[in-house]
Design a protein around this ligand. Sequence first.
Ligand code: SF4
Length: 674
Amino acid sequence: MSTKLEKKISVCSLDCPDQCSLVLHIEDNHIIKVEGDKSHPVTQGQICNKVRHLGKRITSSERLTTPLKRIGPKGTQQFVPITWEEAIDMIATKWKTIIEKYGTESILPYSFYGNMGHLSSESIDRRFFYRLGSAKLERTICQAAGTTGYKYTMGSNIGTDPEDSIHAKLIILWGINAASTNMHQLSLAQQARKNGAKIITIDVFENQTAKFSDLFLKINPGTDGLLALGMMHLLFKKQLVDYSFLEKYTVGYKELEEHVKQYTPDFVAKEVGITVEQLETLAVMYGTTSPSYIRIGNGIGHHENGGMSTRAITCLPALTGQWLHIGGGCNKSNGDILLHDDNYLEMPHLDTAQQNKVINMNKIGEALLDEKLNIQSLYIYNCNLAVISPNLEKIKQGLMREDLFNVVHELFLTETTKYADLVLPAASSYEQLDFFTSYWHHYIQIQKPVLTPIGESKSNVEVFRLLAKALQFENKELFEQEEELIQRAMKNEDNPFISTLSYEELVEKEYVKAHVPKNLLPHLKTESKKIELYSKKMLEDGYLPLPTYIKNNLNMNYPFHFIATSNHNFLNSTFSNIEFHQALEKETVIFLHPTDAQALNISHMEQVLVRNENGSCELKAFVTDKTKEKVILANGLWSDSEKHLVNKLTPSTLTDLGRGSAMFTCTVEVVKIQ
Ligand code: SF4
């Protein structure tokens, strides 16, 4: 790479819907400055504060540069450098022994989307583990519940093009702190507001997004679906529904009309924690404004009832016929708009596993401690497991198992590498060729390598090729080159939206937009090809066919509902190890209502113990009425100290749909430290 100052187009690789196009100023293999790419139609040159300081992370002197072998007890982070040859040989030798003794399914890959590049997260890695015949991981920590609820209603992950949301006259930001987690949706909302749109935020906490809104409804945790059902009750009652749309494009509106009669305003308002007047205002605004657009957040899906809640909200645009208006409708995820040929990338037909052992990623702690499951080796990549996963104390017990052979492929020493036998240095997304598809807007972008890999770091694709060679796997599919992988993945015959896009065009233009018609209704993939307000499929799958409120199963032994929210300066655990970003976020706190603080005799910024049956944390109490009484929130996933790991409190229970993480269905007590 050149030592001269150069500007290179790049793409943000983080798990964020915005997928910003970036301009990196690079000198001597260092990122000197990061700007937004002004030419990108959605992100328009604006980037968040996290990524503005990306250089501090990517070219940090803390980056791992060589493989490391453990020399001290697990949990102490004591390693010595070794060569790649030694590291690959160690894995291959150990795995051969494990396979001989316990079978291939005693090895488990554990990964998520720390790097959203498709080659990094779901290509040769998946092919390799299929060929190995390893146990399977259900990757459902994040959006699984909401996506499942959405898909039962709409058939696939397709929704409103966010660029069209500037035409909306009403925008509801529901369960999403867009100011921190989808900032360009706020920019688009701002443009809509200039054209007269009103903005409503619905959340459990008065966050930065709430401040931006014309109306903010602070609701009780886990009542999102009930609020949507209460709105439906009023929309039918006040005849604010579009019966001709319902007749033509939906299934089951008559059953739904009858069903929602039980959700009376008095009951709904009380349970949701708002007034009947607020509920009426919301329903009437929604029922009388068109186009109206709902941005549905992932927060809703982290409650036990999150799948059904998301389904209830997804039904709303159909009631008022919003799908026929440009800018109307809703957007939970547009992941299927840019759906590439994932079958080709992952090649499940290579699978050699005999038993089909499947481990849900939210229950990894229990799985590691379950002798019957007999997990003997973990290979962790793209994921800081020991910070982001629920029920961390159990996970730690599992990771401390002396007989567990644990490999971690990472950019830095993290909480997770503490428990590794072997740490492999990972190349960042800026050091490799990959492609990215937003799950919110309609653009696909290529990442050409703009930095030389730091030290001896390697991409996931490279490491799995080395492992395949070491294990004498001869399948040519395991050695396919990056260009070919992208080229072939982009040819998805089943997705008409990307059928005219080509790899060559992507290489030339850096990003290209899917061709999506304004009217999505002919593209619905439900069995009926209509919006399924009543879902026969749900009934067949053992669920209630109509959107229904089911109260979350909270442990009432503890007085406070606890939620670990996102913060402005980290993305999950990414950046939480960088001092600069810690300083921006200032303190590890819980937000505690003044009434609760007074009852517990706790002062503002006093250190407190937060605990439940799963574990405990020590955090500072930030006393504020931005939260509700009896609801406390933590500001992000800090990893600066074990005392601050808030996922020590969260349960590993699963959601109603999609087997996602119900980490927000959690109660705790707060204790003054004497
Ligand atoms: S984290 Fe999100 S908002 Fe920030 S630069 Fe990346 S894609 Fe853009």
